[in-house]
Design a protein around this ligand. Structure first.
Ligand code: GLY
Length: 338
């Protein structure tokens, strides 16, 4: 017998929606579709292990694989396809895939007819606990990742854990990198939970943060814990480090930096290592050959750095945004890891 499905509400005022988590959750898709929908535009990719079954007329649009297809041109092609099939604002887009698919499908849904409902069926761990939840959508420009997008909340999200049984090992690691982050946003012992409950709890934590600050005026930035160094590492390694792998290293760095700044003690730094390196078995060292000054420079250019070097750091009041950090403690924290 499968564990029962979990339903988590993302409690955004006036636009609350449900996230259904568990094995076989895709069977719940009809309950998340808007009752007005007469057709479905399914956005997916080759090789995605989940197909949706529906009695409504639908068309499947497969987008290319890889960041080079996460573009305005892809969104343009999708919207032209939606127009050809006669999709209206009463209908629905369903994004079936990982974070790239749900980001692109969400942005196409946000743009077409100035906004049509979208439901996400997330098929990767990283997508389930992060990308598909919270309404951030967008695409890349040659100038940088996710530079064009919209906040467009889905009408519902499915996290079908069956999809994880065929998830490549590296993608599982990437999901673990983001999952490790949630351990430090609350005091929960996430390791004590089985997979369904742990994914549901990560969704719940994210849902609460998003509902308190949908447009990232402030608090939502705590979801970027570990991400400042992570983004720098992704660029410095020309994306040889995947996002979740970089977040794992970024969490350890953030702990060292918080310790340098006197915000947490060394036992708390060790706790970060226990979760990231031991419990999830993720690599925690900065790859060889990277230079501290280059990483510092990249972190200074982080798009969230509004007031000098800005980090999300643990401390006596929990994880929070800390602007205006001096170079010296950052270099000292990097030196501990290089
Ligand atoms: N991935 C961070 C956020 O959704 O705000």
């Amino acid at each position: 017998m499968n564990a029962p499905l979990r339903r988590v509400t993302v409690p955004i005022e006036g636009r609350a929606y449900e996230v259904v988590v568990g094995l076989g959750a895709v069977a719940e898709l009809p309950s998340l579709l808007p009752p007005t929908a007469k057709r479905i535009a399914v956005v997916s990719q080759e090789g995605v292990p989940v197909q949706i079954e529906t009695t409504l007329p639908h068309e499947v649009f497969c987008i290319g694989q890889g960041e080079q297809h996460k573009t305005l041109a892809t969104v343009g092609d999708l919207c032209r396809g939606f127009a050809r099939m006669g999709l209206t604002r009463n209908d629905v887009v369903v994004g079936v895939g990982g974070g790239m698919v749900t980001d692109v499908a969400g942005f196409a849904a946000a743009s077409y007819h100035r906004g049509v409902p979208v439901v996400h069926v997330s098929t990767t761990l990283l997508g389930m606990i992060d990308a598909a939840i919270g309404g951030k959508t967008g695409v890349n420009l040659p100038e940088g990742k996710n530079l064009v997008g919209a906040f467009w909340q889905p009408s519902g999200v499915i996290c079908d854990l069956d999809a994880l049984t065929t998830l490549p090992e590296r993608e599982v690691r990437c999901g673990y990198g983001e999952m490790a982050k949630y351990h430090f946003l609350t005091g929960d012992d996430l390791l004590a939970l089985d997979l369904t409950d742990r994914v549901a709890r990560c969704v719940e934590i994210k849902a609460e943060v998003v509902a308190s600050d949908e447009r990232e005026g402030g608090r939502r930035a705590i979801l970027n814990y570990g991400h400042t160094l992570a983004h720098a590492l992704e660029i410095a390694t020309e994306h040889r480090l995947a996002h979740g792998e970089a977040v794992a290293i970024g969490l350890i760095f953030a702990a060292h930096l918080a310790n340098e700044l006197g915000r947490i003690d060394i036992a708390r730094v060790d706790e970060h290592f226990e979760v990231v390196g031991v419990a999830y078995g993720l690599a925690t060292d900065i790859p060889r050959g990277l230079d501290a000054d280059r990483l510092l420079d990249l972190m200074r250019k982080d798009k969230k750095a509004l007031d000098g070097l800005t980090f999300v750091l643990d401390g006596p009041a929990g994880v929070e945004v800390v602007p205006g950090v001096a170079d010296e403690p950052v270099l000292a924290a990097l030196a501990r890891m290089l």
